[in-house]
Design a protein around this ligand. Structure first.
Ligand code: NAP
Length: 436
């Protein structure tokens, strides 16, 4: 029996875990030829462009991706854009199944006055900027101010706050983009305030991320103990408390309690503060917050406001997926039922469920989507696959090409004591990935 042809669009964690699920499902009579299509010249998705550089352990999952990529039947087609270089309709016709693992790259808007001011930046731009994403090298980031405010009580807000609040020398042995490192090194920011609109009990941080804050060597971390005590009282009234929530509140209390080092760099987490206006003549100067309170389990406005003077504001309030011809978007996700979009098109990862869950969450979900696909397979298609669809001369970066880019980055990094020096220019990445 010939192999079934599968196209996976998006070379991030969800894409690789889908490929792995197909590989693991293979038997003597059921085999798959997997083509992974990626818009960027480099694979890795969030592992390359999302994970904070000071948390390199999370990036070790790329070793798993390399193993998947080296398994027989897998081919990488990087520098190929869905909707531009190939259409979904063409892929649908040529492949037995198409799985969209295109993520959620668009930052959500707060929808408050002042979002147009300079130095108001979405996490969807700030994070890829410091991670050397080739589309975000020119984001204007001005750290020539004393205070930065980060909106959102999730792990992305926490990553950004750490990047701004730690001593930039701590980033020397990381793969932070060189252009960003230079800006961090000249930063005047000494206070970073994370603002959550609801209470500590509603925060989306995870316990390991909170615990890590206690390990910061050159930054003191502050949380108002009274806010945590009040949250604990509210939670106790509800009855049985979920293990994760209990751990989060315990960690927050540890942070509030732990003795401070007395250093000038400060990171503070404030709760029950919802931004309502950003003020400034040309750039961000002040942020006005409505102070919320929790009444009978509901978060409501107290009628009070506070204002924080800050020269930088970053919103980390979640992401939506981008549209391309052939898919419908609903609530920021590709419309689907349990991963099925329509015909032989499927979706997985953040594009399927929205921007929630850590990298590993996509693993079990991809297995479910692959099981669903296998149940519907008929006769394998006899088609030329993607190659016949691309214009002649199109510069594809395949697995070997990516390994060349990777080797070049790692070698350049070794010379300066970093895990890699990321190349940030499209043309240079393509040259490196296509050189003979
Ligand atoms: P998230 O965990 O969903 O957090 C988003 C935060 O934004 C929430 O606190 C939310 O508050 C707040 N928010 C939403 N709309 C808002 C508004 N209009 N005004 C004020 N606040 C608003 O999203 P994320 O931080 O982007 O992270 C996405 C996923 O990636 C998460 O599952 C996260 O755990 C994961 N991640 C993991 C790591 C790691 O493991 N190291 C690192 C980064 C990201 P409400 O709850 O009130 O809506």
């Amino acid at each position: 029996m010939p192999a079934y042809k599968v196209a996976i669009v998006g070379a991030g964690p969800a894409g690789y875990f889908t490929a792995q699920a197909f590989q693991n499902a293979q038997t003597k009579n059921l085999t798959f030829a997997i083509d992974m299509i990626e818009r960027l010249p480099t694979p890795g998705g969030l592992v390359r462009s999302g994970v904070a550089p000071d948390h390199p352990k999370i990036k070790t999952v790329s070793k798993v991706f390399e193993k998947i990529a080296k398994t027989e039947g897998f081919r990488l087609f990087a520098n190929v854009e869905l909707g531009k270089d190939v259409s979904l309709k063409d892929l649908r016709e040529r492949y037995d199944a198409v799985v969209l693992a295109t993520g959620s790259p668009k930052g959500r808007k707060l929808g408050i006055p002042g979002e147009e001011l300079a130095n108001y930046i979405s996490a969807a731009e700030f994070v890829p900027w410091y991670n050397a994403h080739p589309d975000f090298t020119t984001v204007k980031v001005d750290l020539n101010c004393e205070t930065a405010v980060i909106i959102g009580a999730g792990n992305v807000a926490m990553d950004i706050a750490r990047m701004l609040a730690i001593d930039p020398a701590e980033l020397d042995p990381t793969d932070t983009a060189e252009h960003a490192l230079a800006v961090f090194k000249s930063s005047k920011i000494r206070k970073v305030i994370i603002c959550g609109r609801r209470g500590p009990e509603h925060a989306a941080f995870t316990a390991p991320e909170l615990r890590d804050l206690l390990k910061l060597e050159h930054t003191d971390v502050y949380i108002d103990q009274a806010q945590i005590n009040e949250a604990n009282l509210r939670v106790d009234q509800i009855g049985e408390v979920e293990k994760d929530l209990k751990k989060n509140l315990e960690n927050m209390l540890l942070i509030a309690d732990h003795s401070k080092k007395g250093v000038e760099r400060k990171l503070e987490i404030k709760f029950l503060a919802a931004p309502i206006e950003i003020k400034g003549s040309n750039k961000v100067e002040e942020i006005v917050f409505a102070i919320n309170e929790v009444n009978n389990g509901k978060v409501v406005a107290s009628g009070k406001t506070i204002s924080i003077k800050a020269g930088l504001m970053v919103s980390a309030i979640g992401y939506d997926c981008v549209e391309f011809p052939g898919v419908k978007i609903e609530n920021g996700r590709i419309t689907n039922i349990a991963g099925h979009v329509e015909h032989n098109i499927y979706v997985t990862g953040w594009a399927k469920r929205g921007p929630v869950g850590v990298i590993g969450t996509s693993k079990s979900e991809s297995v479910d989507v692959v099981d669903l696909i296998i149940d519907t397979l008929k006769e394998p298609k006899n088609s030329a696959g993607i190659k016949g669809l691309l214009k002649s001369g199109h510069q594809i970066i395949d697995q070997v090409g990516w390994e060349k880019i990777n080797a070049s980055e790692v070698i350049s990094g070794e010379l300066v004591g970093k895990p890699r020096l990321k190349e940030v220019e499209w043309s240079k990445l393509i040259d490196l990935g296509t050189q003979q």
